[in-house]
Design a protein around this ligand. Structure first.
Ligand SMILES: [Zn+2]
Length: 631
């Protein structure tokens, strides 16, 4: 099924919400009514009121009825295809608005049942539509590809749909006949271990209570364990929390292995049913990415992991620890309390993107002036942050801004997504406006790096400079090296299944600890403690997803370097190409789009640039630490 068609539109809308972490920032929770309007997003840009929303809901229903009228008629000719594609667009554009109006409102107050009911109304309508239009792709594929190419060549209006239509044909060789698809669809809800994983890990899990050195008792929940890593000054307390938290994964190691085995087996079964050579190939095929891209990434990251190990050893020295563990990796090297209010962040964010020119900066200003943000935490509002587009209107950004340095970086990050969406929507027809995850996090990464540059350029205090560098290096540690390590582990686990090897808790532990050693070397002590830590990573239930975090940050780093280093002429060329990348939206496969911008994933160059950046930043950190007398 081609994801660009409206039949899977709801799924697409959900993936547009790219949530950024920082669940731990805890600003004072306010009642929403107490927050001035200027800090709340303005949803009347979508609809003035529910009546206007209702009118569009009825319009969507009538367009859906029209859509059904095309069943059995697609082979009538180019004009029919054009009419259906246009109808698809009209439906898609309206879908954004009718979904996002209650959807965004719901995010700011998840307790509001009235809004929730309206949101469900939209979801039910689109789910029904999805079922009723399952005929579309199989019927389209009945038309020979040569005929379709001819129709597109002869019909100017069809040109903008060429990419989407041809992509449907490309994936056709992995689409079964109607009987086969139906058979497979029966197994959909019954395969994989995702549901069991989340039931065990969230609904049923009981984390033990841990006693800290001062006698305090604390439950070793996800939140508390994460909190302990950067706020518990006493290493023994961090260790206690770590051991308490992971005792659950150790106690259920066989269950976790069995669940993961279900996910691995089902992935391989589908790959075989759909004529793929491997399930990695199947997972990457949607975006037309060859498996060697992921393999290159893993191998290059591994080859450069000596810098990661050097950083860990540097941390051990600064923190004055005899033994160093994973849970020591988040402890701040210096005590700084850097406050950046939302008002202070605004001019900094605008100035940090000066290199992109006046137009870009003006749009960033507009986002602040025209209330594209929902800034502060309030009762019932969801946690984290995201940017979410509404085609034909503008993107909206949700924050839980608590005046910390991290919050300012989150703002820069979401603004990167927002500007990507704005430029894509302005320059692409609707059908090609949606971009993939493979490029999405490049835009946010670049803006974060530019924001860091701005702060470092204006910051004299040695401790704050150390904190800023540390933040960026940690970002590379967790987003590049750690995710590449996860990808290495999951690739080996999937390959094991393909080769018919048994998957048990012991087998998975060995695979994981091998990957762990390849990346962290001897920089972490007591490695056996980590044997079941893979089980905490829920992303493994969604095969071959994590590697994209690593490709995005390294692609972003390479582009950032090209745009900020070297001769002015070359820098300007890189900036122009980068803006073209943002404008290209989803008009081509992500690898092609990135290649035009200067990131060629058929070579290890981007991953190598990330290794170089890790070295450069660690050098800089070492220098600052010496200056501050910390080493
Ligand atoms: Zn993001």
């Amino acid at each position: 099924m081609n994801k660009r068609f409206v039949v899977s539109l709801l799924a697409a809308l959900f993936t547009l919400v790219i949530v950024t972490g920082n669940l731990l920032a805890k600003p004072a929770t306010l009642n929403r009514d107490e927050i001035p309007d200027q800090y709340k997003w303005n949803l009347s840009d979508i609809y003035q009121n529910w009546d206007a929303w209702q009118t569009d809901m009825e319009k969507v229903q009538s367009l859906m009825d029209q859509y059904k009228g095309y069943e059995g008629k697609l082979n009538q000719g180019a004009q029919t295809i054009l009419d259906v594609m246009k109808l698809n667009d009209d439906l898609g554009m309206l879908a954004y608005k009718v979904y996002q109006y209650p959807g965004l409102m719901y995010q700011t107050d998840t307790r509001n049942n009235e809004v929730q009911a309206k949101l469900q109304q939209v979801q039910i309508m689109f789910a029904r539509f999805g079922q009723a239009t399952a005929w579309f792709t199989p019927e389209l594929l009945q038309i020979p590809k040569e005929t379709m190419v001819k129709w597109i060549d002869e019909t100017p209006g069809l040109e903008i749909y060429r990419f989407t239509l041809m992509d449907t044909y490309r994936q056709a060789e992995h689409t079964l006949d109607a009987k086969g698809e139906k058979l497979l669809s029966y197994f959909g809800p019954a395969t994989g271990g995702g549901a069991q994983y989340s039931a065990l890990s969230t609904a049923d899990v009981k984390f033990p209570e841990v006693t800290l050195a001062d006698g305090t008792k604390m439950k070793a929940t996800h939140g508390n364990y994460e909190l302990s890593r950067f706020s518990f000054k006493n290493q023994a307390d961090r260790e206690a929390m770590f051991k308490g938290h992971f005792s659950v994964y150790n106690d259920y190691e066989n269950t976790y292995a069995a669940i993961y085995n279900a996910t691995l087996q089902s992935s391989w079964a589908y790959a075989q049913a759909r004529n793929y050579e491997s399930d990695a190939q199947m997972a990457l095929d949607g975006n037309d990415i060859p498996v060697y891209v992921m393999e290159n990434l893993i191998n290059t990251a591994k080859a450069g992991a000596d810098q990661l190990q050097r950083y860990m050893k540097l941390r051990k020295k600064v923190l004055g620890l005899d033994k160093y563990h994973y849970f020591d990796s988040y402890m701040p090297l210096v005590d700084v309390d850097m406050t950046i209010t939302y008002e202070q962040a605004r001019p900094m964010i605008v100035k940090s993107v000066e290199l992109f020119g006046k137009d870009y900066q003006q749009t960033v200003d507009r986002a602040f002036d025209e209330r594209w943000f929902d800034v502060y935490e309030s009762e019932g509002k969801r946690s984290g942050a995201f940017s979410s587009g509404v085609y034909g209107v503008h993107p909206y950004m949700l924050l839980n801004y608590g005046d910390t340095m991290e919050d300012a970086f989150t703002l820069a990050h979401e603004m990167g997504h927002t500007m990507h969406t704005v430029l894509s929507n302005e320059n692409q027809p609707f059908v090609n406006s949606g971009y993939t995850i493979f490029v999405a996090e490049v835009a946010s990464t670049v803006n974060e790096m530019l924001f860091l540059d701005y702060l470092l350029d204006h910051e004299k205090d040695p401790n704050t400079r150390i904190a800023l560098l540390e933040r960026e290096i940690d970002n590379i540690h967790t987003t590049f090296y750690r995710q590449a390590m996860f990808a290495d582990f999951e690739l080996k686990a999937h390959q094991g299944v393909q080769e018919g090897q048994p998957i048990t808790a012991k087998v998975l532990q060995k695979l994981y600890l091998d990957s762990y050693t390849d990346f962290f070397g001897t920089s972490h002590d007591d490695k056996d403690w980590y044997r079941n830590t893979w089980a905490r990573i829920s992303h493994f239930q969604r095969p071959f997803y994590v590697y994209q975090y690593a490709t995005c940050i390294s692609g972003g780093a390479l582009l950032h370097d090209k745009m900020t280093k070297g001769k002015k002429k070359d820098r300007q060329k890189a900036i122009d190409k980068y803006l073209e990348l943002l404008k290209s939206g989803g008009s081509d496969y992500p690898m092609n789009e990135l290649k035009k911008a200067g990131v060629d994933w058929s070579t290890p160059a981007a991953a190598e640039a990330m290794n170089a950046k890790m070295k450069e930043l660690t050098d800089q950190l070492e220098k600052e630490l010496k200056k501050a007398g910390k080493i």
